[in-house]
Structures are given as C-alpha cells and as structure tokens.
Design a protein around this ligand. Structure first.
Ligand code: OXD
Ligand code: MN
Length: 588
C-alpha cells in the first residue's frame, strides 16, 4: 500500500511504536512516498519493472535464464565495509577490541545528519520481515526502512517478508529497527551502525547486500548475537546441512567458515561418484541460530530463506546444485554478460562481452567482480532439506570450524571436548577474501568466523560459548577442517568440493563412535586408513602431510593464539587460557 506526500504519517500497522517510528523516519528523511511492503507477486513485479526502467536492473537472456536480472552496483560499493561498521554500546568495553566502537549519542547524531532529507524524491519502503520460519518460536522479526527497490527485491528472497511478518510483529509487539538509505553512495559518507542496546541498526551510503540487506549480517548476526547472549542461545556465521549415509541415517552438521571460504558449496554439495548412496541436504548456507531444547539437544534453524552467494567459480563441477539453482528467478549482482546477454563469471566456459561495470571486456583482469553475487530462493535448490523450515530446528551432531590456511592446520581434527572446541573456534584464522573491502590473502584470527559479525566483546562471547556446558550434557562434537592446504609449489593438496564428503564421512563415523583416531597434541586426527581416498590419486606422502601436525609450526600457532587472547585482557575467560595452556603443554 502506498501513501502520497500529503498522507506521509498515515498509520499502516496496528502497532503504534512501528507507526510512530515510520513517521519519525519520514519526517527526518523526507521521502516523496511511503510504501508498506506486502511481499506480493504483484508488488515484486511492479518493483522489477520500475528498476528496469531506471536502469537499476538489466534483464538477462529470458530463454537461457528465465526471470533473471543483473544489478551493476556503484564500483566503489561492492563488498562489506568492516572499517566503516560500528557497534555503538554505552560502554566501549562491551563492544570489545573485535569491533569498531562509537558512542551511541555521537553515532545517532552523525547518522541523523546523513539521513536528513536523504529520501527526497524517493520512496520510503517499510519492509516487515521475519528471520526464521514464520511459525518458529526461535524466529525473530524486524522492520527495515529503505529507499532502495533493489533492497526490497533482495529482502523478499532472503527473508519471510511482508504481511505474515507484519502480523507476527503486531502479535508480539517487538521488532528490530533497521534504517537504510543508499544516500549518494559517497564512500566518505558510508557507515553501518549497530545499537544493540536499542535493537536498532542505521546504515547509510551503500547498497551492497552485507551492508544494506539489514536482516542478514546486521540483524541475524550482530544484533542477534547480542540478543542470544542475553537470552541463552547462539547466533552464528554457520551453514547447516544434513549428511545422509547409504543406510538413510542423517546427521546434521553446522559449520563456521569465514566469508567466501566455501560455505555455500559445502552446504549444497553433490557427493562424488565414488560415494554412492550418500546425500547432502541443505538447511542453510550462511547463518545458524542454535537453541538447547527441553531434552538438552542443540537445535539449529536457518534464519534466512535465500542465498546471497559468491558466484565466481560456480559451475557444474564445483557446485552443480548452485549452478542449477541460479538458472532462473535470480538476481545477479556485478557479474559479466556474454554477447547474447547471459550472465557470465570466471569458472564458466564461453566468453564475456561486457565486464561487471558494463564496459566492453578487454581481457584484462576478471570480467565478473570477485565478489559478484547471486540472490536466489533456497526453495529452488535441488538439495533443499524437507527439514529446512521445521519450527523446532534440526538436531546438531557436529560443529565444524575452518578457514582458508595454506599451512599449519591439518585436513581435519577433532577437539577433545566442548571446552577444547571453544579454544579451537576462538583461535581459528583465515586468509582474507574479496567479501570485505581490504587486502586479500592476509591471515587473520577470525574467532568462530564471527570477527566481522559478533555484536559484542569476543571475551564475553567465548564465555557465552563455555556456558553451554552448564546448559546441557549433550553438546555436539567439535571439529576443525582445512580444505586449503598448499604444497611448496602453491598447489592445493586436497581436491575439495564434492570430495570434502570423504572428510564428512569420517566425522559422521566419529559421531557414531564407529572409528578411532590418532591422539595428538592438538586433538584427534584420522588414521590414514580411515579416510576414504579411493579414486583420488592422492600420493601417500601428501595424505600423510594432510593428516599430521608439525609440532614446531603448532608451537608458533599457539603462541600467536595466546597473544591474540591477551588482546581481550580481563574479558578473556580464565577457562580459555587454561584450554590454551593445556595444548601448549601437550606440544612440549
Ligand atoms: C556474506 C559474507 O555475504 O559473509 O555472507 O560476507
Ligand atoms: Mn557470510
């Protein structure tokens, strides 16, 4: 429903707080129109035609890619901006050294200045949304106000958006407030601010998914991690998948990897031909909310309804399910196009005619942006799990941590217990990727893959992880994986992709108590005989290297982790220091 300028203050919800907030934002930002999103097909069709007319979207080849569109973003606005993302808590220490901090009053004043009159000539869209299945007690609602039709179209794919969410908000009376304006896309006026104590987000100056689709990183991770700590659950940067063996038995696994390290590929994996009868079912590819149920079982829901995935490298070999999923009904962002207007990216055959900026492709550098994305409904995934929308979530048997590491961590190892697992997660590191602005390939500590997303002090976050030992005796097993080891010539030692199922099979068998392991200083590693490498052509020396540890490299690693833990001072739990000391002692 749209209201004209004269009726900007018109109430469109029975929730007075929501109506008042919309009116307040309208008076600050001065839009020409207000539109309350219903999420209907007709509304979506009208937004798409409007964006085609304005050039915000380009229609792709209808024959090869029905109902697919391309959005080319401003070239300065292609990734998350961690250096412009703030957590604004009253007490600076609560945000911690893992976040940039600004005083809430100062941040609000700064954002209000940037937002004053920012929607003149534009439409203010009100997007009620629900993160998680609409009927799940674990789901949480929010409302995003935005002046971007692209954001509305993406939020419709990524969340339960529209009338049903508004009804839930009206019933529950609570919601996270997210205010977004693309502003003039000037990087100097770009800020993503979070006010966890007020359950509020303000984002200006970017249209990029991670900065602008406020339900995703801003709400479902930064604000939700804060809520989760106060309410006794976990909001994590994890995929969720079901691993089914040939006998039909399923174990659900949640896995935390930093951005652009293959969560989508793992969650949608097609088993290799050498493992007949195995199946992978996708619950989610990026975010996981974990609750302990009344039986003490840790259960996971995926708060999202779609995938906002990295597209370069996606093809029938690397991720056949994703490749199939994005053949229709997809919004592409910053891909190249072929002469017959098909989307194109590195990893596909064929030739790009125009690069991601719409310029004739000259052969210099990548044609698609390395962080080009697809937005698509999860329901189109051939591996979509029948349990994906279960209100109670799925029972988690194993938690995996992993990063992109050329050296040091072996292919897989298991933590001794939950406490050791918290250390493994807290100490994990990865090479930076194109998902965030900044240098690529630098190893940095990224606890639980939450460095860019934890809405509070990591010291308190680790303590919260430890607290699960008091909540239940039935905690999942914890593992660390590294698909990215390279030999001295820079060649990947492990084939990755579908063959990662061989590692998942070992994890499955560990969950079943069917296989023993080498007891090492850093945890349990597979015996080479227990990892199925049939048909891989992996030479025994490489396998040996993938499944062993270099004590001297690990002593360095642990020293570095020790230094990192010290950065959090008093807030680092004593328990974590003890877990660290235990491994150091074992390494000798
Ligand atoms: C993402 C990210 O888009 O982590 O999921 O950057
Ligand atoms: Mn992510």
């Amino acid at each position: 429903m749209s209201t004209s300028n004269a009726a900007l203050k018109a109430a469109s919800s029975s929730n007075a707080a929501l109506n008042n907030w919309v009116a307040e934002v309208a008076s600050l930002t001065q839009p020409d129109r207000i539109h309350w999103c219903t999420g209907s097909d007709a509304e979506n069709a009208s937004l798409i035609s409007q964006m085609l007319a304005s050039g915000d979207l380009v229609k792709l080849n209808e024959k090869t890619h029905p109902n697919c569109y391309l959005h080319r973003s401003n070239p300065t606005d292609v990734a998350r901006v961690e250096h412009l993302t703030f957590i604004c808590t009253r007490n600076r220490e609560d945000a911690g050294p893992n976040n940039l901090w600004m005083d809430p009053a100062e941040a609000n004043a700064k954002m209000d200045d940037l937002l004053r009159g920012a929607m003149k000539g534009r439409t203010l869209y009100v997007i009620p949304y629900c993160m998680g299945p609409i009927d799940s007690p674990h789901s949480r609602c929010g409302v995003e106000i935005t002046d971007s039709a692209y954001v509305v179209a993406n939020m419709r794919i990524m969340t339960n958006m529209g009338e049903a969410a508004l009804k839930r908000i009206e019933r529950e009376g609570t919601f996270v407030k997210g205010l977004h304006s693309t502003g003039d896309l000037d990087p100097k006026k770009r800020f993503i601010m979070h006010f966890p104590e007020e359950l509020t987000i303000k984002s200006v100056g970017s249209g990029y998914g991670g900065n602008a689709l406020l339900g995703k990183k801003c709400h479902a991770l930064r604000i939700a991690s804060w809520q989760a700590r106060t309410e006794g659950w976990l909001a994590e940067h994890m995929l969720i998948m079901g691993v089914q063996n040939p006998q039909g038995q399923v174990h659900y696994v949640a896995a935390a990897f930093p951005s652009a390290c293959g969560k989508t590929n793992l969650a949608m994996m097609v088993p290799p031909a050498s493992m007949p009868g195995w199946k992978i079912w996708t619950i989610g590819d990026d975010i996981c909310w974990l609750h302990v149920d009344s039986e003490g079982q840790l259960r996971a829901i995926n708060p999202e309804t779609g995938y906002f995935g990295v597209v370069p490298g996606t093809n029938a070999k690397t991720n056949a399910n994703a490749y199939e999923t994005i053949k229709k009904d997809t919004i592409f962002t910053n891909v190249a196009v072929t002469a017959d207007n098909q989307p194109w990216w590195e990893g596909l055959s064929g030739t790009p005619a125009l690069d991601w900026q719409g310029k004739p492709y000259t052969g210099n550098g990548p044609a698609a942006h390395p962080n080009a994305r697809f937005t698509v409904s999860a329901k189109l995934n051939p591996a979509y799990s029948t349990m994906a929308e279960a209100p109670e979530g799925v029972p988690i048997s194993a938690i995996l941590f992993g990063g992109r590491r050329r050296e040091v961590p072996p292919l897989v190892y298991q933590a001794r217990d939950w406490g050791h697992g918290v250390l493994v997660g807290a100490g994990m590191a990865s090479e930076t990727t194109a998902a965030a602005v900044g240098e690529v390939g630098i190893v940095r500590r990224d606890s639980m893959a939450m460095k860019p997303f934890c809405g509070y002090n990591f010291g308190d976050y680790w303590a919260h992880w430890f607290s699960f030992e008091q909540r239940t005796q039935k905690l999942p097993k914890v593992f660390h994986v590294n698909w990215f080891r390279q030999d001295k010539n820079g060649k990947f030692m492990w084939p990755g992709f579908g063959d990662n199922l061989r590692v998942l099979k070992w994890i499955f068998d560990r969950c079943e108590g069917k296989v023993d392991a080498q007891d090492t200083a850093i945890g349990y590693l597979p015996h080479a005989k227990d990892l199925d490498v049939s048909g891989l052509n992996l030479d025994p020396a490489t396998l040996e290297q993938l499944l062993s540890i270099d004590a001297s490299a690990w002593r360095h690693e642990m020293a570095d982790i020790g230094k990192y833990l010290n950065d959090f001072g008093q807030r680092t739990p004593e328990r974590l220091r003890e877990e660290h000391a235990k491994v150091v002692k074992r390494l000798g």
